[in-house]
Design a protein around this ligand. Structure first.
Ligand SMILES: Cc1cc2nc3c(=O)[nH]c(=O)nc-3n(C[C@H](O)[C@H](O)[C@H](O)COP(=O)(O)O)c2cc1C
Length: 204
């Protein structure tokens, strides 16, 4: 068994050239730079059926839930759809009901980094919606979040990120997710105050 921290990225929209998928990939570059392993799960490829408690559980839903459970941390990235997360992301996360009876349940003790892209300025709404879901799933949202507004300015029409400042911030978030995961693995808790990104400014 490997000792490396494992971070699973989940997200993207279902379209070609998805900016939220690109943002997820760049965040995972930061994860790797911080010394952790990463695995990107694109919702477009995962292609889960709509969750229903009544039909049989598809093998890919079991695989997805198990892969999330085995991760030390996750990064979620969604397009902002009508002021909230995409239905595809919410549906995938609903399948994590498969982890309800595990010990510990769901995503306990896993830090989760939150990223969104938005055509306008409502990206923080989808981040906040993800925050609610993180808590319902017993996870820990990393305080540094990255809603990328006016995505048409920062990504080209093929979905490539052309804004290096945003790229650096996304990689920084990836590093922050790894830092939190490292603390959970070693100490079972996380002291966010140690982060330079949240340190109080020195008195003048
Ligand atoms: C169905 C739909 C709803 C959207 N709703 C919003 C919205 O409420 N607020 C906003 O700022 N942008 C909204 N947008 C724009 C997307 O958030 C934006 O284009 C985003 O970057 C798309 O992500 P993607 O490139 O990963 O597909 C919407 C786009 C679609 C297709």
């Amino acid at each position: 068994m490997t000792n490396s921290l494992r971070v699973v990225g989940l997200g993207g929209s279902l379209r070609t050239g998805s900016t939220s998928l690109t943002a997820l990939g760049v965040t995972l570059e930061g994860v790797q730079a911080a010394g952790a392993e990463s695995r990107l799960i694109a919702l477009r490829e995962l292609d889960l059926p709509l969750y229903s408690p009544e039909h049989s559980v598809p093998e890919k839903a079991r695989w997805f839930a198990e892969t999330a459970y085995q991760a030390d941390a996750m990064v979620w990235s969604t397009p902002t759809y009508h002021g909230s997360v995409s239905g595809a992301l919410k549906n995938a996360l609903d399948w994590l009901i498969l982890l309800a009876d595990r010990e510990p349940p769901y995503l306990s003790n896993k830090p989760i980094g939150l990223v969104s892209t938005a055509g306008g300025v409502q990206g923080l709404q989808s981040v906040n919606t993800m925050d609610f879901i993180v808590r319902a799933l017993r996870g820990w949202a990393v305080p540094l979040v990255l809603p990328v507004g006016k995505s048409w300015k920062s990504f080209d029409p093929e979905g490539r990120l052309i804004d290096e400042t945003i790229a650096d911030s996304l990689r920084g978030l990836g590093g922050e997710v790894v830092r939190a995961a490292r603390q959970f693995r070693h100490e079972g808790t996380c002291d966010y105050a140690e982060s330079r990104q949240f340190a109080a400014p020195a008195p003048a």
